[in-house]
Design a protein around this ligand. Sequence first.
Ligand code: NAD
Length: 693
Amino acid sequence: MTQQQWGPVARTDEQDVAVLVIDHPPVNASTAALRAGLLAGVAAAARDERVTAVVLIGAGRHFVSGSDLREFEAGTLPEPQLPDVIAAIERCPKPVVAALAGATLGGGFELALGCDGRIARAGGVVGFPEVTLGMIPGAGGTQRTLRLVTPSRALELATSGERLPVERARDEGLVDEVVVSSLRTEAIRFARALEGKRVLRDLPVRTQEPGAVEDSARRAIAAGRARPAVVAAVGAVLTGTAVPAARALAHERAEFNRLRTGREAAALRHLFFARTAVRKANRAEAPCELTHVGVVGAGTMGAGIARACAEAGIRVTVVDQDPAAARRAVESLGGTYLRMVSAGRLGAGEAGRRLELLSAGTDLSDFKDVDLAIEAVFEDTAAKVGVLRELESVTQRGTTLATNTSYLDVDELAAALDDPSRLVGTHFFNPAHRAAVLEIVRGARTSDAAMDMAFTVAHAMRKLPVVAGVCDGFIGNRVYSAYRRQCELMVEEGAAPEEIDSALEEFGFAMGPFAVADMAGLDIAWRMRQRRAPGRDPRERYPDVADRLCERGRLGQKTGDGWYHYEPGSRTPVPDRQVARLIDESRRRKGITPRAFTADEIVRRALMAMANESALLLDEGIADRAGDIDLMLTLAYGFPEHVGGVAFWARGQDPSVLEAEQRRLGEVTGQGFRSGRLELLTATAWPVAGSPG
Ligand code: NAD
């Protein structure tokens, strides 16, 4: 029975124990209202003479999953803040117990550490994901863990973002008990049994052999690539080992606020909100039955998609025009799993389960009972149309058909079917079993049922489902092509490929565009250029160095030469004089006098090309939201996450400077350039609800 209510916090006592129930759906994220409720509830329990102990517990599946990140957008956080609540709990003369359930992350875990005891329902997790959002714990997380585990371990927890199962957290002393039966009853029992207060900040820091924490700090900074948040987390833990708790807590809070209000954390929050918006918008209206997938084509992508299916627990049959190729793909995956098992990276049972799900079919008639058929044959309209028509006739009526095309017109492919509404694009990225995002292409006639099936497969594979409309290259490849083309134009004008790569890598891209091209192989884009040659406007600038490289058999890493030279067995790109000569020849043929580029000019021009194309995508309705483009670029194209994607980058620029750069980009690009409306990128959207849990 509720005795008192303070916003989302209700008090429902059990004799001498005050039970404060937190009910703030969907995930009990910490907001000002929740904290105010806790503050009032703890104060009331402290005053109440009948109360001997207090339990904090969530009403739903979670205790407190984390902080509501929308609050973090403001310069100052709304009152009361989390340290105020924790201070009140520590001051409360009666023991306060946190009853953890589900995900107790970030601020939620800090709140729990501010209590006198922690009891958890089996199956939950705890952890500090702050560094993954460009911040550090700010309410004593780094300091209170120091009282329970060694400084090295505290450092690991603060810098890795690790989600620790509560069972392990108990073994390490971070949680006192894990229970499987009623959490409320057990928490009350546990609270009654506590002998007084146990305030962690008053305990001494755990000690460790000399030099160990310094070693851990070096390792953590290297593993975190010296990102500011990782360095600050290390600093906070080390400070805690050297100065009294009050000073160390103040240092941690100041660092948290410094990072929270900085650009990197804002960029990472933007990606977090964008992801929440995608998950909310792109999900199956009606859950689809998905137990058997058919894949046509057992090449790089077909084999990868089959692997992704098996790893998602879905039965999959692979068919190739060359039956030996399908068999080889399945066998080679068997070999991969075997190696993983012997290296201890995969359990033998799980490997067996996956292999059981995988089979090589002999022809498409093996697909008669599939729930979804995906084609991943050559990138050629005629080849794909042939396969799709056959799939339409062998599968049950209404079965969703999907194409993995990278660039082809999904509507044109659909038009070849008796029922075009069955076709959807599922553009997997390579390697298909690992890529974090699935680009789902909605054709003009794609049915809702086919979209639902695509969402279902993305969900089963734990991939973020980003929806794109039909155009050349959809979202990802179209923006990337615009970027790569601009980089090739800069080469023509005087920049060396290695200068461009190093400028963009310095900016934060995982790899520069020329190193990426060599890794992917130059022949794919070459074939595409050849196909498109007849339709090309002769007045458009056409950078031709890549064609010259391909004509000389320089197809990238696989031939040992491409935009760079590669020593046998090495993947390290080495600038090559022959390439420089080919570039010089191209410039001479076109009458271009080379000029010098600064790294800043290279980066801004490349980003402007991406921003302009992204604005066009939004204007044409190909992408639903600017955030979708940013997610695609950061998850699948190596765009630096800490910059937040190209739309978020553009938002941070002076609009008049951007406009001037866009005009200049139009001038240098010449014929065929179209200006996107940049305001479509830079208009801010209100963040969607969510917490890092
Ligand atoms: P691939 O050349 O490695 O494999 C294609 C396979 O399809 C071959 O094994 C071939 O024998 C088979 N095949 C061709 N015609 C067939 C038919 N009529 N019936 C049955 N099998 C047939 O090609 P890939 O790199 O795996 O690309 C496949 C598709 O995925 C293409 O549309 C490509 O654009 C797209 N894609 C590729 C990548 C990538 O990085 N490679 C990424 C995303 C999308």
